[in-house]
Ligand binder design. Structure first.
Ligand code: ZN
Length: 238
């Protein structure tokens, strides 16, 4: 399986807390988490030509992970078009944390993807679809001692499945793990991962992301569903 991890890689350059948590960047850290005999990982960042997401890279990607925050507006619309086309054609997409406001997620959802937020919260993540492949081996009600609060209402279309609900110590709740289908592509949104918190070091978070990569990987990428003048029909309609 071919996985590409995209990260804007901006906080890592300006905030020493982030660099300390993730010395090789969030993308580098997640690469180490995911890489194994089954999974080949490449990384791509905002500052690379075409943000590292050339036609060739996307054609060679089964699942794309996306972490972005302060640089959303700097992602070119041409690349957003290209990623959207790849997803509709069957590439899996995993949107992490503040990627909820990325151009690509908003494009695919068609809504604002707005939510409530507050720094420095404690979160418990509850599994509400224990039989879903993404939930396998994940401890129910696992604790993240420090995470950013994301709260409802989260302006997304109804997900195919809500797999995880996050509860925060301010009383808020959030649909923390949601799946969607767009065209031939599977999409998973996962809320933890604020850059100054160690959430990606948490074993349950790592398990969810790993499960999601396997779940989102297409059996094959069939390409975009075509629009065809279908004639003659298979049945005789004379
Ligand atoms: Zn954040």
């Amino acid at each position: 399986m071919k996985v590409t991890i995209w990260n804007e890689n901006l906080h890592e350059k300006s905030n020493s807390r982030v660099t300390k948590l993730y010395p090789g960047g969030i993308h580098g850290y997640l690469k180490n988490v995911l890489e194994c005999d089954d999974i080949e990982v490449r990384t791509a960042t905002l500052d690379m030509p075409e943000h590292g997401l050339t036609e060739e890279v996307l054609a060679d990607t089964d699942v794309l992970l996306w972490w972005g925050h302060m640089g959303h507006a700097r992602v070119s619309d041409e690349i957003v078009d290209r990623v959207q086309k790849a997803v509709l054609g069957g590439m899996g997409l995993i949107i992490l944390h503040s990627g909820h406001h990325s151009k690509i997620f908003k494009r695919l959802m068609g809504t604002t993807c707005n939510l409530k937020w507050r720094d420095n919260a404690r979160e418990r993540i509850w599994t509400v679809k224990p039989n879903h492949p993404i939930a396998q081996g994940v401890e129910d009600g696992f604790l993240l001692e420090n995470e950013e609060m994301y709260g409802e209402a989260f302006d997304i279309p109804n997900p195919d499945d809500v797999i995880f609900i996050g509860w925060f110590n301010g009383g808020e709740v959030f649909r923390s793990g949601c799946t969607f289908t767009r065209g031939n592509g599977k999409i998973f949104y996962f809320q933890p991962g604020h850059e100054t918190n160690p959430s990606y070091q948490n074993e349950n978070v790592q398990k969810v992301i790993r499960n999601a990569v396997y779940w989102a990987c297409p059996v094959k990428k069939p390409g975009n569903i075509p629009c065809v003048h279908f004639t003659p029909p298979l049945e005789n309609i004379d």
